[in-house]
Write a protein that binds this ligand. Structure first.
Ligand SMILES: Cc1cc2nc3c(=O)[nH]c(=O)nc-3n(C[C@H](O)[C@H](O)[C@H](O)COP(=O)(O)OP(=O)(O)OC[C@H]3O[C@@H](n4cnc5c(N)ncnc54)[C@H](O)[C@@H]3O)c2cc1C
Ligand code: HEM
Length: 403
């Protein structure tokens, strides 16, 4: 337990650190990777370059510090991060290293303002926060290993099939090399894929949502090739598209993540809204519903630039025969020549579109897509006074504030 005095110091210094948060974590990562380059086998270097991970860690340490005397308030956030940590094999022995470098970075950035008393208090607070993560992650590691078909660490999978879904998205069907069973997972979860790209010094880890309902045959992940003008091409996705074929191997950890249908236990109507490759976790969810509750009311909105880059169109249309109360809409952002109707629309998923959906008031929403899309859809739903607890969403990168 922290003393009242320590708690007071922490709360009094949070605003100072908030102002310098990103500066502190930038110094922190620079020094950490200089002294422990092997950690580059875990961290996503692109997120580092874009500053996204710095913001995520800084925000969380500070949020945790604000609630230091009632950490249970931020438990859902801790669980989401802990799932990501577990899927990347972050271990208890990493925490003291991160703690040491974080305190050193606070000292370096604050200079004389960082008195021994302040550093001592933050050291204690970090210890408490780290222990919360370590304890939760311990349970998660045990569960991952003990679940039926589960395993510890990374496990080798073989590409059993590779299927082009659109101009930019390709699916990989994966089976354990050891012939072991394919474990079940909760629809909406992702796996961390680890690849060794020839010529690169460090391993590359990326998360991919499982894009088919749980089944005994295989996992399916569906990967968008990241290649935009004027930016370096995506490392893992281009490697997977170009270099990984049938019979090749990649390593995975046990499925993880809290963006799941299970979180929602009632029989309320479901509204799925996905954009681009963000449709992947929703595919697993809607397929599971079709198998298990074919009478459930489901609305599915798939946004894409155009039909050429759209994946799973046929797969979604085939659900029209399997779900008895199913409404499917494709929304294309680019101008199209053809006719528009109830199913095919041109435009964006904005407030007006959401209003016109006329979804039942008790609907639960599951949303996934790029951050600007998440912002637009969640703020549209807020305008329509849909309670936040009915709106579930997933980020394809480090979580960030969207309101
Ligand atoms: C929970 C979760 C689930 C996910 N599910 C899926 C999924 O189902 N399917 C899927 O395709 N993806 C998914 N992702 C995203 C995936 O993990 C990868 O982030 C994605 O494949 C890009 O990885 P990459 O190595 O190809 O690109 P990276 O090398 O990481 O680059 C990412 C982007 O940044 C750009 N970039 C690279 N370097 C720079 C730089 N220095 N400055 C500016 N821009 C730069 C690249 O052009 C690219 O567009 C998911 C992510 C998460 C967190
Ligand atoms: C109390 C201490 C820590 C806090 C508060 C913290 C916080 C976070 C947050 C907020 C994220 C982003 C989660 C998301 O994807 O949405 C994250 C991701 C991550 N964390 Fe931690 N973390 C802590 C300790 C550690 C440690 C000890 C390690 C291991 C060295 C670690 C490694 C990672 C990695 C590798 C990621 C994924 C980031 C990426 O590759 O982009 N973290 N952490």
């Amino acid at each position: 337990m922290l003393s009242q005095q320590t708690i007071q110091i922490i709360k009094a210094t949070v605003p100072v650190l908030e102002a310098k948060g990103v500066e502190i974590t930038t110094v922190f990562y620079r020094n950490l990777f200089q002294d422990y380059p092997q950690l580059l086998n875990i961290f996503n270097q692109t997120n580092q370059k874009k500053g996204r991970q710095q913001t995520a860690l800084a925000n969380t340490v500070l949020a945790a510090a604000k609630y230091i005397d009632r950490l249970e308030t931020i438990l859902p956030v801790v669980k989401q991060i802990a799932q990501k940590h577990r899927s990347l094999m972050v271990k208890p022995e990493h925490y003291p290293i991160v703690g040491e470098y974080l305190l050193a970075a606070i000292k370096e950035v604050l200079g004389d303002a960082a008195t021994d008393e302040i550093i001592g208090a933050w050291g204690e607070a970090y210890g408490v926060i780290a222990q919360v993560f370590i304890d939760i992650e311990k349970e998660m590691y045990e569960e991952a290993e003990q679940r039926s078909g589960g395993w510890a660490d990374f496990k080798e999978f073989i590409v059993a099939d590779k299927v082009k879904e659109s101009e930019v998205i390709t699916s990989f069907y994966l089976k354990p090399v050891d012939g072991g069973m394919v474990p079940s997972f909760i629809p909406g979860q992702y796996v961390t894929v680890r690849v060794k790209i020839p010529g690169e010094e460090y391993l590359v880890n990326r998360q991919y949502s499982l894009s088919a309902a749980p089944n005994k045959e295989s996992f399916r992940v569906s990967v968008k090739r990241e290649k935009e003008p004027n930016t370096p091409e995506g490392r893992a996705s281009n490697y997977l598209h170009d270099q990984v074929g049938v019979n090749d191997r990649i390593a995975l950890t046990v499925p993880a993540g809290v963006f799941t249908l299970e979180a929602e236990k009632n029989k309320a109507p479901l509204v799925f809204i996905g954009a681009g490759v963000g449709v992947t976790p929703l595919m697993s969810m809607v397929q599971s519903i079709a198998k298990q509750e074919p009478g459930r009311k489901v609305t599915f909105v798939q946004a894409a630039k155009n039909p050429r880059v759209q994946a799973f169109q046929n797969e979604l249309e085939s659900l029209e025969d399997k779900l008895s109360d199913f409404r499917l809409t494709f929304v294309y952002s680019e101008q199209m020549g053809g006719e528009q109707n109830d199913k095919i629309k041109q435009g964006h998923v904005d407030e007006e579109f959401l209003r016109n959906l006329k979804a039942d008031a008790d609907s639960e929403y599951y949303i996934c897509g790029p951050v600007p899309f998440l912002k637009a859809v969640t703020s549209g739903l807020r305008e329509l006074e849909i309670p936040d607890e009915k709106v579930h969403f997933e980020f394809f990168g480090p979580a960030e504030a969207i309101h």
